[in-house]
Design a protein around this ligand. Structure first.
Ligand code: NAP
Length: 248
């Protein structure tokens, strides 16, 4: 598979979970990949090592997506190391569910900063380097269709991402830059394990409402991102693709 040959990608939050799966998949399809992380250097290095062992090229770069200076360095690292930038996957994100009575400023700021400000800063820094045929993929969530109880802040962040995806598709389309979103359903990752979602009543509820009858795996999501990043999706922009086994 070489449909991403000669393309360079940044995947934010690629040390774990869905982002790590996306980084591996983009590399398997020929892209050179910047594996971004915030603090999990060991995990990011392991993703890079896996990609290298499979014959691909990648490097790990630490950057907090909420910090403009660090985001600028992340983009510069891609340009300096690989010479160009074609694909940006805004994946880094966190989810903190709580009853509305317990919603507070700290939870709001943390989730909106990482999930919304982060993609805005990364996209803002990347766009000057993106040419015709480039692709931005935002990782949203099916929560914007499902509206799970106790997710007002998190679902709010992903609703913002859906709207921003539409705006940027219109704004950047004339420059030949496509912008799309992929919206996973509950997916088994390090994050959903440590949040206690995997193995919980929430998993059972998701399975019961999912036509395909199970929760997602990273491998269910990553190929959709590589399709959107590729020239095969050259006529696709402003779309939100649910990767949720039909749960909506
Ligand atoms: P995860 O396993 O918790 O991994 C999160 C990743 O984001 C890690 O690599 C983490 O790096 C990175 N990250 C966190 N804060 C960051 C920051 N400030 N700057 C840079 N990187 C940061 O998460 P996941 O479950 O794979 O979820 C990934 C994305 O998919 C999120 O946007 C999430 O909202 C979305 N999503 C997930 C699910 C699901 O069920 N898993 C469903 C729908 C949507 P460090 O470890 O270094 O902090």
């Amino acid at each position: 598979m070489g449909r991403l040959k000669d393309k360079v990608a940044i995947v934010t939050g690629a040390s774990k979970g869905i982002g790590a799966g996306i980084a591996r998949r983009l590399a398997a399809e020929g892209a050179q990949v910047v594996v971004n992380y915030a603090s999990s250097q060991r995990e990011a290095d392991a993703v890079v090592a896996d990609i290298a062992a499979a014959g691909g090229r990648a490097m790990a770069v630490a950057a907090d997506v909420t910090n403009r200076a660090q985001v600028e360095s992340l983009v510069q690292a891609a340009i300096q190391h690989f010479g160009r930038l074609d694909i940006v996957v805004n994946n880094a994100g966190i989810y903190r569910f709580s009853k509305i009575e317990e919603a507070n400023e700290a939870s709001y700021r943390q989730q909106f900063e990482i999930n919304v400000l982060g993609p805005l800063l990364v996209t803002s820094a990347a766009v000057p380097h993106l040419g015709k045929g480039s692709s931005i993929i935002n990782i949203s969530s099916n929560v914007t269709r499902v509206h799970p109880a106790e997710s007002a802040i998190y679902t709010g962040t992903k609703g913002a991402i859906d709207a921003i995806t539409g705006v940027l598709a219109r704004e950047l389309g004339p420059r030949g830059i496509r912008v799309n979103a992929v919206s996973p359903g509950l997916t088994e990752t390090e994050g959903t394990h440590s949040a206690g979602a995997v193995g919980s009543d929430f998993q059972t509820w998701n399975e019961a409402h999912t036509p395909l009858g199970r929760i997602g795996q990273v491998q269910d999501v990553a190929p959709i991102v590589s399709f959107l990043a590729s020239d095969d999706a050259g006529w696709v922009t402003g779309e939100l693709i649910l990767a949720s086994g039909g749960m909506r």
